[in-house]
Every structure is written in structure tokens, then in C-alpha cells.
Design a protein around this ligand. Structure first.
Ligand code: ASP
Ligand code: MG
Length: 412
């Protein structure tokens, strides 16, 4: 017998038929003797509709009332799931955030969970009850409903799993796991069986639609194993059909490279031939960080005559114009040549095995060279090597790298 949290996302509870199918899965786990908490999202599309209702009344809506409106989608699915489970002879009860209570801060619209008292839940578990929690919502110290930010039901599920010290948190969704890269680009991309939290965070662009980064961070902090699996396939979580995101120690075979992520939402900013003096980097990057712009890769050229240098770095594409303006306003850069290029792509090779294996970077550079792809910027961390290339070569690069690291081959 295990204690499990099962989370069903919007597409998994999109209509009555799907809710019934989700309830069948819960029933199978229940009949296998597990203690279960089920967390549900709103039916897909419902939250968007609720958000649109708010904006159509006023673009300046009060965030507390926004939360009252948008939290309501999950109330419907929690009640329906409880009814569907009861129909299957399972003692189930729905719970809203305020009833548990899921105590959260009062930053409405993107609230964070502070605490989940578990006494009542433990009592219910002893009585063999299945708990059905409305995801995405909690209650503030001022007794108001708050929501956790879009996609926040994952966070509800992980926080509940942490509070209940659950053995695993199964995230049922519309994909059957995390892949070695985007299967739309590499058709023989393979589903990963197990991956560490750190790798998952680095591969965020592959899993982004599946798992909120915040929920992965929370799982890592609380040591909650997460499984991403499909609610459209017949298997249930306890058969471990999906991708398990867990701590490194739990992973038996540590592949040198686990996956290849790519992002085309990047922009490269170059500042050419500026006077090279101590403090120049600080003077450039301080206002950038004050403007809340995240910098990703940085290269500073050596200046041959010691007088001038060039600095290149990468920012999210959406922030490129803002960064350009911040730099243009700087006194020290008033005559500088600042170039912004946004038809770039960042390709990252990720794997915990890199810590102990040499040659990963070399293989990446060689593979790209063989395809005649020029590397603009390189950045490396313990478990990741990223390069910036021209956007037009994204697919070519991802395919070549996927092959070079033999990622299509089944895991040992
Ligand atoms: N229903 C909410 C949303 O769409 C929360 C969730 O599904 O995770 O953002
Ligand atoms: Mg989601």
C-alpha cells in the first residue's frame, strides 16, 4: 500500500467522458489498496473563459475578485470527480482550498502556498476516504480565496504530496512523458523513463507545457517523486508507464546525455568596441538586472590593444527591445555600436552524467561543425552545454545532436 497524489489536468477532465475515465484510473489505484488524494484542474478551456469574463467587465479588475471568478472552474471538476468516484462505490469527498485549508499568501493571481495542515486528511485516510481537492486555489490569512498562477494545479498537487509525504505524485496529462527532444522535430525521440529534477529544470523547454517549473522546484525541495503520464492510455500510475522525475540517487542508469532542449525565444545583444576598463561589465549588467531582465550567456572578447572590447550576451526575445533601451540610455555607451539579433536559437545538451564524463562538449561542437553550423556563443554548467546558433539551423542541429548522442536508442 502506498500513499499517492493523482493530479488530472484540464484535458484529462475536459468533459464527462474523460472525468469518467479518470475516475476509472483512481478506482483501480483505490482497489489496489492505496491511500489517495486526487487533485483536479478545471475542464480545459474553462479557466481561459473565466479570465476572459473578468477582462470583459473591466480591464482594471480587482485581483481578489479575479481569484473568486477563476478559482470556480476547479470547484466544478472536484465535485464531479467525487460523484464519479462515489458511483464506483468509493467513499470520496471534494474539498475546496479553504476547506482543507490550503493556506497561501495574499499575492492574488500568483499566490504561493505557505502551509497545508494534514490532521483532517489523515483522519479521512484512516476512514478509507479518497480526498478530491480543487487545484489552483487556496485561502489567505485575510480569509479570501487566492489562485496560484496559471498552471497552478501542478503546484497544488506537489505541495499536497509534500505535506502528506506521499510516495509519488502522478501528473496525468495529454502526453505520455518527457522525451529526449521534441518528437515533432525528431520522430524517433524516445520517452525518458527516469530523469533527475535538475535535468528536468534544464530541459524545461521540452516539459514546459507539461510541468510548471515552479512545481518541479517544489518537488525537488521536498523530495517528492513526480510521474508525468497520459490519461488517454490504459495504464495507471502504479504501473509506472510515464517519466519519473526524481532525485539523482534514485536513478540507476545515469545517461551521459538525457535530452536536447532548444529555444527560439532568445535574442543576442552585442556591444562592439567599447573602452575596456575595470568595472565595465558591472556598469552594463547592473541596469539590465535592475530592469528585471534575465541574462543567459555572456561572452567578452579580449581586446588586443587593451583599449577596446566587445561584449555579447543573450536575453529573452521579449526583453530585447527593453534591454536595448536600457543600454542606449547609459552614458558610457552613448557612442557604442549596440546590435540586437533575434533570429537566433539556443540549443542545449543536458545530462547528469556529464559531471563524470569528458568529451560531451567536444562531440557537440564537432557534430555542429560537420553540419557547417556556426556557433555564436557557448555557455556551460555542470550538467548542460548550450550554444547559440542561427535560428534557421535549429532543426538540423537538434536532429544531428540527437543522433550523435544515440538518444534514439532504448535506455539500458
Ligand atoms: N485551471 C488552471 C489553469 O488553467 C490551473 C491548472 O489547470 O493548473 O491555469
Ligand atoms: Mg497544466
Amino acid at each position: 500500500m502506498a500513499r499517492l497524489v493523482l493530479k488530472f489536468g484540464g484535458t484529462s477532465v475536459a468533459d464527462i467522458d474523460r472525468i469518467e475515465r479518470a475516475a476509472d484510473k483512481v478506482a483501480k489505484e483505490y482497489n489496489a489498496g492505496h491511500e489517495l488524494a486526487v487533485v483536479v484542474s478545471a475542464m480545459s478551456g474553462v479557466t481561459n473563459q473565466l479570465v476572459a469574463y473578468c477582462s470583459s467587465v473591466s480591464t482594471m479588475y480587482d485581483a481578489r475578485e479575479y481569484d473568486t471568478v477563476v478559482s470556480s472552474g476547479e470547484q466544478i471538476t472536484a465535485g464531479l470527480m467525487a460523484i464519479a468516484l462515489q458511483k464506483r462505490g468509493i467513499p470520496a469527498r471534494s474539498w475546496m482550498g479553504w476547506q482543507i485549508p490550503i493556506i497561501c499568501d495574499d499575492i492574488h493571481g500568483k499566490s504561493r502556498i505557505i502551509e497545508i495542515p494534514t490532521e483532517e486528511i489523515e483522519t479521512r485516510f484512516k476512514g478509507d476516504e479518497v480526498l478530491v481537492l480543487a487545484g489552483f486555489q487556496g485561502i489567505t490569512s485575510k480569509n479570501r480565496i487566492a489562485t496560484l498562477g496559471r498552471g497552478g494545479s501542478d503546484t497544488s498537487a506537489v505541495a499536497l504530496a509534500a505535506a502528506l509525504k506521499a510516495e509519488r505524485c502522478d501528473i496525468y496529462t495529454d502526453v505520455n512523458g518527457i522525451y529526449t527532444t521534441d518528437p515533432r522535430i525528431v520522430p524517433d525521440a524516445r520517452r525518458i523513463k527516469q530523469i533527475s529534477y535538475e535535468e528536468m529544470l534544464e530541459l524545461a523547454s521540452l516539459g514546459a507545457k507539461v510541468l510548471q517549473n515552479r512545481s518541479v522546484e517544489m518537488a525537488m525541495k521536498n523530495n517528492v517523486s513526480l510521474q508525468v503520464l497520459s490519461s488517454f492510455e490504459d495504464s495507471i500510475g502504479s504501473e509506472l508507464p510515464g517519466t519519473l522525475v526524481t532525485k539523482e540517487e534514485n536513478i540507476m542508469e545515469k545517461p551521459v546525455v538525457s535530452g536536447i532542449a532548444f529555444s527560439q525565444n532568445e535574442a543576442k545583444i552585442s556591444i562592439i568596441d567599447i573602452p575596456d576598463s575595470p568595472g565595465i561589465a558591472a556598469k552594463i549588467f547592473e541596469p539590465i538586472s535592475k530592469a528585471n531582465i534575465i541574462i543567459d550567456m555572456i561572452v567578452q572578447d579580449i581586446s588586443e590593444d587593451g583599449k577596446v572590447t566587445s561584449i555579447t550576451f543573450v536575453v529573452p526575445q521579449d526583453d530585447a527591445a527593453k534591454a536595448g533601451k536600457v543600454l542606449g540610455d547609459l552614458d558610457i555607451l552613448k557612442d557604442a555600436d549596440i546590435r540586437i539579433k533575434d533570429d537566433v536559437a539556443k540549443i542545449s545538451v543536458v545530462g547528469i552524467g556529464m559531471r563524470t564524463h569528458a568529451g560531451v562538449a567536444e562531440k557537440m561542437f564537432k557534430t555542429l561543425a560537420e553540419k557547417n553550423i556556426n556557433i555564436d556563443v557557448i555557455a556551460a554548467s555542470e550538467i548542460k552545454i548550450s550554444v547559440l546558433i542561427s535560428q534557421e539551423y535549429t532543426e538540423l542541429a537538434v536532429r544531428a545532436l540527437h543522433k550523435a548522442y544515440h538518444l534514439e536508442e532504448p535506455e539500458a
